[in-house]
Design a protein around this ligand. Structure first.
Ligand SMILES: Nc1nc2c(c(=O)[nH]1)N=C([C@H](O)[C@H](O)COP(=O)(O)OP(=O)(O)OP(=O)(O)O)CN2
Ligand SMILES: [Zn+2]
Length: 147
């Protein structure tokens, strides 16, 4: 087998609030998230093919993540969709992403996985995601943990 893992880093800014959380993070606050995406596959072995030697062009991965993940999350305020109606009314002119679950690091990983996975080429598998919420804290999703 010639399986290779490729990783690309991304950054995005987002705000969130953890409703009912028993600490400061129940208030709306922001993070400079760092996201590392690892895909897996075999390099194309076709001399003359524009992508010869690549599992996936890093530029194509960047474009896929931009379109299917970052356009939704970057500079968004991410809230659980049961947020109080008066708050949502005040925010109607802002970039708001309402999710059916608490916007924790864990749930954002699952959201990102669900946004990206269906759009990867069939020759490439999503191996893992690592999401840094702060300089000191990250979560990971691994395909191998979810068989
Ligand atoms: N398991 C999780 N725990 C917490 C999450 C989370 O998404 N998953 N999120 C938060 C807060 O949103 C925020 O990330 C604060 O985290 P915390 O590490 O407590 O932040 P600090 O500012 O104290 O970080 P320092 O590295 O000490 O500056 C809370 N928990
Ligand atoms: Zn936070």
């Amino acid at each position: 087998m010639d399986t290779i893992r490729l990783t690309r880093r991304f950054t995005f800014e987002a705000a969130h609030a953890l409703a009912h959380y028993d600490g400061l993070c129940r208030h709306i606050h922001g993070h400079s998230y760092k996201l590392e995406i690892t895909v897996m596959g075999s390099p194309i072995k076709t001399p003359g093919h524009p992508k010869d030697g690549m599992v996936l062009d890093f530029g194509d991965l960047k474009q896929l993540v931009q379109t299917h993940v970052l356009e939704q999350l970057d500079h968004a305020l991410v809230l659980r969709y049961e947020s109080p109606a008066p708050l949502l009314a005040v925010l109607q002119d802002h970039k708001l992403l309402l999710l059916p679950y608490q916007p924790t690091c864990e749930n954002l990983l699952l959201y990102i996985k669900d946004c990206l996975q269906p759009h990867l080429p069939p020759t490439v598998h999503l191996h893992s995601l690592r999401l840094w919420e702060t300089e000191n804290a990250f979560g990971e999703w691994h395909a191998a943990d979810n068989f």
